[in-house]
Design a protein around this ligand. Sequence first.
Ligand code: AMP
Length: 226
Amino acid sequence: MVILLFFRIFFCLPVFVLTNVQANKLWIRKQVTMINLILFGPPGSGKGTQASKLVEKYQLLHISTGDLFRYEIGNDTPLGLAAKAYMQKGELVPDSVTIGMLRNKVAANPEAHGFIFDGFPRTVAQAEALDELMAERGTAIDKLILLDVGDDEIVDRLLERGKTSGRTDDRNETTIRKRIAVYRAETSPVFDYYAEQEKSVKVAGVGSITAIFDRLCAEIDTMALG
Ligand code: AMP
């Protein structure tokens, strides 16, 4: 009985206290620190799926420029009209249009604790504009996480998604290959841009959704705990 009491006091109590200190540290950091993430990777690498899960866990605002464009197209707005032809061809919408739209979306959410940018930035000019925008808000991009997936896997995934997503750009293999080529030529330099600021990391984007999510969380938690 006495031994059991000693065990409880000298072993269980310190473990309980330490575990809670660590959990509280993360919780407090999450409340006071803005975390601004770029979820990066080729089309079909799982950015949207993972962003939805991350938003729930870290209470960040998810901004997907692809979703914003599709919303504008769905509402037949001038912006949607301007973007539609580029999207159908698998090309990038011009920076002037995209950066303006992104700026408006960020400005409309002054209370956000932080952001997950998905599908933005896709050019170095967009990355520079994003850095400027974050600096104006007194904050900065903390990390860019690349979901690494090979081309053949991407084509298979997008053709599969095209059966149900209602996205015309997911149904045509030529458009898909064009989007991958645009990603390699125009978008992948954004990884190097943030690598120069020592903010770029790469995680394997293959395996189960949960396994990929765990890899992302491990990266974010390392950052949050400093
Ligand atoms: P996504 O939903 O991210 O795959 O984007 C679908 C399409 O929207 C892309 O193929 C581009 O035509 C356009 N788009 C989305 N985000 C951007 C961006 N940051 N810059 C230029 N075009 C974009």
